[in-house]
Write a protein that binds this ligand. Structure first.
Ligand SMILES: [Zn+2]
Length: 101
């Protein structure tokens, strides 16, 4: 008697292999991003759930990793710019205040 859970895992694995071998077209990175942000509708979202998580499409996983890395960099960059803007503003204020004396 085969453990049903094992059977399901095997099926998923096979399905993923078939998927990869057939090279089912991957969604556009924009779609992947929308999916990561949870802004996709239920239908397409479950399609991507399957494509990335069940079929473990290596291409899409790499794209998502790349998007996440870039997203983090962008956030850090804007935080840095904000800091710079703040210090520029405060030194300008100090400068202006000193001028008035
Ligand atoms: Zn893919």
């Amino acid at each position: 008697m085969v453990d049903p859970e094992k059977r399901i895992n095997q099926m998923t694995f096979t399905l993923g292999q078939v998927w990869r071998e057939m090279r089912v077209s991957c969604p556009h990175p924009d779609i992947l991003l929308a999916w990561k942000e949870g802004s996709l509708e239920k239908g397409p979202s479950s399609y991507l759930d399957f494509h990335v998580n069940e079929a473990e499409c290596p291409v899409c996983q790499a794209v998502i990793e790349d998007l996440e890395r870039r997203g983090k960099d962008a956030a850090e960059e804007s935080a840095l710019l904000e800091d710079l803007r703040e210090s520029l503003l405060s030194s300008t204020r100090t400068f202006l205040r000193d001028q008035k004396k």
